[in-house]
Design a binder for this molecule. Structure first.
Ligand SMILES: *Cc1c(COP(=O)(O)O)cnc(C)c1O
Length: 384
């Protein structure tokens, strides 16, 4: 019996042809394809500006840099996230201040964000967990009242909606990931969107050595060889090989979302009546991207712990993962900032009981059926 991978990129002939075209063109680094990808991505989310970069981690770093985060500032970050959301705060010499989650959908608790604000706070990083935004209206209200910048880590959230608007325009800056497992992939890649021209210009400048014009403009021969270094920037540009893949994926993003929605619908229907499971709340004001499908186990019903359940699913050929090991449990954050596991009891509990199931557009119906059968069997064969 073959194993169903936890994630598998949905790359077809259109993507392959688009990359081959770039390979044959003789221009492999950032150029026309990257510009086109930025334009079409900005249009897709309704943002004024989009800057393509080499990863979401780079996007987050550049967004916080543009927002003016510097040494000794504080940046509020949910503990329930991936390494990248907080490490970028450290890149800038600032301090990540962690906050707990809400139990229903694992997104950050806006009241905890409000309580965490101090005179040193400069920015808030929000995370669209599994592709569903947190209560961004409440976070934006805190930010406006306290003069803070909100950067949304939307690594899971393309395309996603909040209160009838696309994720990418709701917070001050939004950062997307095109990593291999994400809902739109360029292998590695990312995007920053914002409506503010000065931030977009700063992000673009710092994404390529702080140099006043990029290689494409130089290639086209405006003043040939001349450039100016305006700031000590980074090397975070997205090459055209990746951008061409992104353009082909973007053209299919509606169809890929529809397939993930369909899979989520089938999981919901199959799991809603299962007393060994809890499902994530889907809030009415959100249109999730369905990057992840997370179930929580109920230890009062199941005789198996989370790790044993993962092993049992693997035995039945179902690949799974866990999102996330909360940041405050990791040695670096524990030792540097003195966090203890019980400091964020909601995130700790969610972490201990969560399993992420496969959900991606390349999944077949037969694979979805096998996942459902294996998850239902846990509750049938391993009751207390
Ligand atoms: C994947 C991920 C990132 C990092 O994305 P990269 O493009 O790999 O840098 C950041 N935040 C979250 C929540 C993620 O899941």
């Amino acid at each position: 019996m073959s194993t169903i991978a936890f994630a598998r990129p949905d790359v077809g002939e259109a993507e392959i042809a688009a990359v081959v075209e770039v390979l044959r063109s003789g221009w492999l680094t950032t150029g026309e394809k990257a510009r086109q990808f930025e334009e079409r991505f900005a249009a897709a989310v309704g943002a004024r500006h989009a800057v393509a970069v080499s990863s979401c981690t780079a996007a987050l770093h550049l967004a916080l840099e543009a927002a003016g985060v510097g040494p000794d500032d504080e940046v509020i970050v949910p503990t329930m996230t991936f390494a990248a959301s907080a490490e970028v705060v450290r890149y800038l010499g600032a301090r990540p201040v962690l906050v707990d989650s809400l139990p229903g959908d694992h997104t950050l608790d806006p009241a905890a964000v409000d309580r965490a604000v101090t005179a040193a706070t400069r920015a808030i990083v929000t995370v669209d967990f599994a592709g569903q935004p947190p209560r961004l209206d409440a976070v934006m209200e805190t930010a406006r009242r306290r003069g803070l910048v909100v950067v949304d880590d939307a690594a899971h959230a393309f395309p996603a909606g909040y209160q009838g608007r696309a994720v990418g325009t709701i917070t001050d800056l939004t950062c997307f990931s095109f990593y291999a497992t994400k809902t739109l992939t360029t292998g590695e890649g990312g995007m920053v969107t914002t409506d503010r021209e000065d931030w977009a210009r700063r992000v673009r400048l710092m994404s390529l050595h702080g140099i006043s014009k990029d290689a494409w403009q130089r290639h086209r021969g405006h003043n040939g060889w001349y450039y100016e270094i305006l700031a000590p920037g980074f090397k975070y540009n997205l090459p055209d090989t990746a951008a061409a893949l992104g353009l082909a994926q973007l053209a299919r993003s509606g169809e890929m979302l529809a397939r993930r929605r369909e899979i989520a619908g089938r999981y919901h229907a199959a799991f809603a009546g299962q007393d060994h499971l809890e499902l994530l709340d889907v809030r009415p004001e959100c249109a999730p991207a369905w990057h992840l499908y997370v179930v929580r186990l109920r230890p009062e019903v199941l005789a198996l712990g989370r790790d044993e359940a993962i092993a049992e699913l693997a035995r039945r050929g179902v690949g799974t993962s866990v999102h996330f090991i909360p940041l405050h449990l990791h040695p670096y954050y524990r030792e540097t900032y003195g966090y203890r596991p019980e400091d964020f009891p909601i995130a700790l509990d969610l972490y201990q009981r969560s399993i992420s199931l496969p959900i991606y557009s390349a999944m077949t119906d037969a694979e979805v059926d096998r996942v459902i059968e294996a998850v239902v069997a846990l509750g049938r064969d391993h009751r207390r």
